[in-house]
Ligand binder design. Sequence first.
Ligand code: DC
Length: 201
Amino acid sequence: MAFTIAIDGPAASGKGTIARALAARYGFAHLDTGLLYRAVGRRMLDGTDPQQAAETLDLADLDEDSLRTAEVAQAASKVAAIPEVRQALLDFQRAFARRAGGAVLDGRDIGTVICPEAEVKLFVIASPEVRARRRFEELAENGFETSYDAVLADVEARDARDMGRADAPLKQAEDAVRIDTSEMSVAAAVARAGEIVDARR
Ligand code: DC
């Protein structure tokens, strides 16, 4: 049986952590849709036309570690504003969402465009300062040298682009439940998300 949990929100809001935890808890497949845009963004940085990169995307390109840099994140946000790129990635995401056995997808437009019929929709947010702090600590732990101010500027630029684009901008679906993780522990945020899912199952 298909059961889709759609999780949207800005960068470093905690949506990925919640998505992975829910997938593990319910035995659902998980797709981090940001990786699709990051893989296209990286190929653009290598000189490939973004539309062509999206149309020929190989799932073997979704190697997480090499896609986690700030440079690739900005490139992902730029290619994500191109309608032809979004279109090329649509069918794969829709099929994933409706696969048998349940699926969790996290991104920016899952509840609004990819899977408007999702059984559960969550909109996960946190203040830009909290998100920048989390991303800064994550980058530092992984050995990337950067400053908090640079990460905050990055987060704000990406928010503006992701919310301001004409095609599938980041916004809360009308029937999504909002979780603000600014003042929440990971465990509390995951528990809250689990309660919402349990109520719909
Ligand atoms: O979630 P992330 O930080 O890995 O996403 C990288 C970029 O990809 C993000 O800035 C905007 C874009 N994106 C999108 O437009 N739609 C999605 N469903 C997921 C990501």
